[in-house]
Design a protein around this ligand. Sequence first.
Ligand code: SF4
Length: 80
Amino acid sequence: MRIVVDLTRCQSYGQCVFAAPSVFRFHGEEALEYDYTPDDRFREQVRWAAAACPVHAIMLDYLDEQPESDSHQESVGGKA
Ligand code: SF4
């Protein structure tokens, strides 16, 4: 997983810091710092952080992850 934060959008609300304190932190008063490639164990926290950001400044990239298996599918809706 990789993270990109659009710092031109970030308003330093700090929701991401509360949601994933191991990944996001403030440096000084308002400068947001974050781990660009957080450990996979923080994946759920990072998702929460992205969802919590009021200005949608956090973008997640899963391109470097391999699917668990070919048969793995997200379930969306009911069966046909
Ligand atoms: S929640 Fe969004 S606006 Fe707030 S500090 Fe994090 S990235 Fe910035």
